[in-house]
Every structure is written in C-alpha cells, then in structure tokens.
Design a protein. Structure first.
Length: 236
C-alpha cells in the first residue's frame, strides 16, 4: 500500500491539504508532514522518508514541493509519484537574503503583522476581501510563530538547486499551478514539466499561491483524477 505524504509549505500546517486528505481513497495510507522543527530542505525530506515505510507519493505545496522533490532525489526507488503545487525549482537568487531577512525581522516584531503583509499578495486578488479565508490563513501563520518562520526562511536560503536534479526524476509528476499565482507562476511549472520524464500540468482558475485552500474542490479533484489514472486507484 502506497503512502501519500502531505507536505505543507512555509509557516503552513495540515489545513493546506486537509480537503484533499479527506478524499484520498482508503487503499492509500496518509502521512501528514510536520515541518515545524525543520532547519533544511534536505533534513525535512529525510524526516518524511524516515517516518514512512515503503512506496510514497509526495504531495507538496510551495516549500513543501521542494521537500517533495528532494525526497525523490534522496530515495528515487521509494518515491513513486510527486504532486507539486504552487512551487518553484530555482536555486537561491542574488540578493534574495536581503528581502528574506526583512521578513524574518518583521515576523519577530509581530507575527500578526507578517501574516497581514505576506498573505494578501499571495492570493487571487478577488479573494483579498474574503475575511474567512484571510482569517484561516492568518491563524495558521500565527500558530507557526516567528521561530518556525525564521527556520523555514533559512532552510529556503540554503535550499538545494532542484533545477539540477529534476532531469533525474523518473516518477510521474502532477504540477498544480494557479492562474493568479504571481509568486510561483504557471511558467515556472512549465519549466519543470519541460525537463522531467513524465509530467502533467493542471491550472486552477481563480486561485493564487494558496490554491489548495482557495479552491479546495478543484485542486482535490485534479489530484484525485491523476492518482486514479497513474496508480489505478478508484475514488474509494
């Protein structure tokens, strides 16, 4: 029995993938990744491999997608599929640490201020007035707190260059991009699709960087359909 490993992103937790996890067929096992104590992308990836047994399908959002790709690099014989949502593959860019440090400083000043500053630009502009959505995501960021935020940022600054290892990934990959995601645009996902062996790209409409939360039904349906076709599983 394969295990679906749900991996959240930066200062994120199980709410990111909760709608999809609730729909996973019963003939898959489910493992919810906790990245709160992670200090490196490689360390986070190894932890998920250590906490599971046998074949896995790694489902990652944003930073969690980088963790998923690193799992495939570390254990290609075990990782049978990847779902990469709203994610990126580039190595650290020149000057990136300056902006990242500013966010670390803001988080330590006030995690609520960080949430307010960070979240709105990530969403579909049509959803920035959705108070329920903003509250749900803000509470998630505040649950994580400034220490987790700093650890995650430093892990991202030290991230492996996924671009270099992507051509070696042989398992099927589903890329989930969102039409209004300016942080991880559709073009970035197309770059991944162009260099891997077996990739499909689905675009979620009317969603930004948090597509699994902004459009949970559409995102879940796309992943369930892909799982069914690639791994011969029914909806259960």
């Amino acid at each position: 029995m394969k295990t679906v490993v749900f991996i959240p992103g930066l200062v994120s937790d199980q709410i990111i993938w909760a709608p999809l996890a609730a729909r996973i067929p019963q003939n898959f096992q489910v493992h919810q990744a906790d990245l709160s104590d992670g200090t490196s992308i490689t360390g986070m990836a190894q932890k998920q491999l250590d906490e599971t047994v046998g074949d896995v399908i790694a489902v990652g959002h944003s930073m969690g997608g980088r963790v998923a790709m690193e799992m495939a690099r570390l254990a290609p014989e075990r990782v049978k599929g990847l779902v990469l949502a709203n994610t990126g593959h580039h190595a650290k860019r020149d000057g990136e640490e300056i902006k990242r440090q500013q966010m670390i400083d803001l988080g330590h000043d006030s995690i609520a201020k960080l949430a307010a500053s960070w979240l709105s630009p990530m969403l579909d502009p049509a959803r920035v007035g959705d108070t329920d959505l903003i509250r749900e995501l803000s509470e998630m960021v505040c649950r994580a707190g400034p220490q987790v935020h700093e650890r995650h940022i430093r892990a991202l600054l030290g991230r492996p260059n996924a671009t270099a290892s992507l051509p070696e990934i042989a398992c099927p990959i589903l890329l989930v991009a969102a039409r209004q995601d300016g942080w991880s645009p559709i073009a970035q996902h197309k770059e991944i699709a162009a260099v891997v062996v077996d990739a499909e790209l689905v675009v979620i409409e009317n969603a930004g960087h948090f597509a699994p939360v902004e459009r949970p039904a559409e995102t879940s349906a796309a992943v369930i359909d892909w799982l069914s076709r690639k791994f011969g599983e029914s909806h259960g």
